[in-house]
Write a protein that binds this ligand. Structure first.
Ligand SMILES: [Zn+2]
Length: 183
């Protein structure tokens, strides 16, 4: 998918989840811009296999988790209490992961690069892809479902941090409470 798609859909998801009301508008714009920034590697033209070094789970998931932990350490002793940076890191993780999923709609993404160069794409699913005739479920629909679920993660991330903030408990206990609240 092109960079404009990633930016627009990240913004739409953020607005649908009311992020622009809970945070400043800049929060949403910055997160969406960071989520698009990994497309910078399209301009690197690194090798004949078209490896995109920023399009992988280490950048999309691991890096935001490290940022989340650093933000947690930084914000936990602040008065008045704030969790904006922690939320930003989790929103960023959802948007970056959504970016990878969207790029897998039609293209191949090496999810575990540099550890592995095997590619993943929704086009590999054993589902119909041709848009000419009607299909109840197609590759594009399933891909869009994945994309929506990942962006919905933002909602649960916010919920998780709220619980954690209110209870001042360990992260493990907070996770259990959130799960209990959902079921
Ligand atoms: Zn991309």
């Amino acid at each position: 998918m092109d960079s404009l798609f990633h930016f627009v859909f990240s913004i739409i998801a953020a607005f649908a989840l009311d992020l622009h009301k809970k945070h400043k508008l800049e929060f949403v714009i910055f997160a969406a811009m960071f989520a698009v920034a990994i497309d910078f590697d399209h301009f690197l033209f690194l090798d004949p296999n078209y490896i995109k070094p920023l399009h992988n789970l280490f950048v999309a998931v691991l890096l935001p988790l490290v940022l989340f932990y650093l933000a947690y350490r930084f914000e936990r002793n602040k008065r008045p209490r704030t969790t904006e940076l922690q939320k930003f890191a989790l929103v960023l993780m959802a948007m970056l992961t959504g970016h990878l999923v969207a790029d897998m709609f039609y293209g191949d993404i090496k999810l575990f690069y540099p550890l592995s160069t095997s590619s993943s794409s929704f086009m590999d699913l054993p589902l119909p892809t041709a848009p000419e005739k009607y299909d109840f479920i197609s590759t594009q629909g399933v891909a869009m479902l994945f994309y929506s679920i990942i962006l919905l993660f933002i909602y649960f991330a916010e919920d998780f941090i709220k619980w954690h903030e209110e209870k001042h408990e360990s992260v493990g206990k907070s996770i259990r409470d959130v799960v209990k609240d959902l079921v």
